[in-house]
Design a binder for this molecule. Structure first.
Ligand SMILES: Cc1cc2nc3c(=O)[nH]c(=O)nc-3n(C[C@H](O)[C@H](O)[C@H](O)COP(=O)(O)OP(=O)(O)OC[C@H]3O[C@@H](n4cnc5c(N)ncnc54)[C@H](O)[C@@H]3O)c2cc1C
Length: 291
């Protein structure tokens, strides 16, 4: 099928794009990499009166270090993130998660911003920004606001963005070399969306776990931060026993639905197993970093 007719705009500046969004309101859709939007248009599940194609706004594609943050423009291609030396060094969890997003062709066009705004709860990037409590910078004509993931993700495929707002930048805490990280997921085939995915990040101090960050994809309408499991690790350290406990607690704290891909029980089981697997790998990484 082909999409219904729409007006097509190709702004070259952010201001121009924001003016167009204001003019069309709910009748406009932003086109980034098109990897999620184009199938929706072609199957006529989305019928915007206008497309605002932001591919010519070069100022929205960058990866920069600023103080202790990595700042990534919304139009940065997933492939640019995958091969960025800065991401590899300062934000390896994001780099690893990127390798699990779809296939090469999808990552070549798909953008960080598009994936976050599409807000598929099984996607990797929403889980990573939730684990790291990233700042999501949103612009509208004449204003800006910064949202945390818990405010940004509202429900399945739904964010807190108003029709005249655009995600412009994602700010993530840069990781020290002694951190450990892992993104573990289970999917039927390589490149499929995860049935369950776990993002894990650890900062250790000797035997102590100073900071634990965990988030799950595929177990609810939005990515879920696994705070109860984080608290176990920060309180009891990274022994085998506490890792087991954290995995079990993670499984208890999610409320997945059953669907054609997996039952709720299976998703809970995967949450436990993948949390433990991610934590073991993150722990080994942080020990190597200290050595
Ligand atoms: C076969 C296939 C397999 C895939 N597998 C995976 C996978 O395993 N994991 C995964 O995470 N993803 C997967 N994807 C999705 C892929 O990652 C997409 O690239 C991503 O979801 C959307 O990014 P995009 O840049 O293509 O956005 P688009 O499709 O252009 O836009 C998506 C939505 O976001 C809005 N939007 C885009 N940018 C902005 C912005 N800056 N501000 C406000 N709104 C904006 C658009 O209006 C639209 O509603 C897959 C896609 C396909 C086709």
């Amino acid at each position: 099928m082909k999409p219904p007719r729409f007006d097509y705009h190709e702004p070259t500046s952010l201001e121009e794009a924001l003016d167009l969004l204001q003019r069309y309101g709910e009748d406009a859709k932003i086109l980034a990499g098109g990897q999620s939007l184009m199938p929706l248009l072609n199957s006529r599940l989305s019928r915007p009166a206008a497309l605002v194609d932001i591919n010519r706004i070069g100022a929205l594609a960058y990866i920069r270090e600023h103080d202790d943050q990595l700042r990534i423009g919304a139009m940065t291609r997933q492939r640019a993130i995958e091969f960025s030396p800065l991401v590899r060094e300062r934000l390896p969890l994001l780099g690893e998660a990127t390798t699990l997003v779809g296939h090469l062709a999808i990552r070549t066009r798909g953008t960080l911003g598009g994936s976050l705004v599409h807000a598929d709860p099984s996607a990797e990037y929403p889980a990573v920004v939730t684990a790291l409590d990233a700042e999501l910078v949103v612009r509208r004509p004449g204003g800006e606001r910064v949202l945390r993931p818990a405010e940004f993700f509202v429900s399945y495929l739904t964010t807190a963005l108003a029709p005249d707002e655009m995600l412009v930048e994602v700010r993530l805490p840069a990781a020290p070399s002694t951190c450990g990280w892992a993104f573990e997921e289970f999917s039927r085939r390589h490149g499929d969306f995860a049935i369950v995915g776990i993002a894990a990040f650890l900062l250790t101090d000797g035997e102590r776990c100073r900071v634990a960050r965990l988030a799950a994809a595929g177990v609810g309408p939005i990515p879920i931060r696994l705070r109860a499991a984080e608290e176990i690790l920060e309180r009891e350290g990274l022994t085998e026993e506490s890792l087991e406990k954290a995995g079990a607690r993670s499984a208890e704290s999610v409320e997945p639905d059953s669907d054609v891909h997996a039952s709720a029980d299976h998703r809970r089981h995967l949450t436990r197993v993948l949390t433990q697997r991610a934590l073991r790998r993150a722990r080994a990484g942080s020990q190597r970093g200290r050595a």
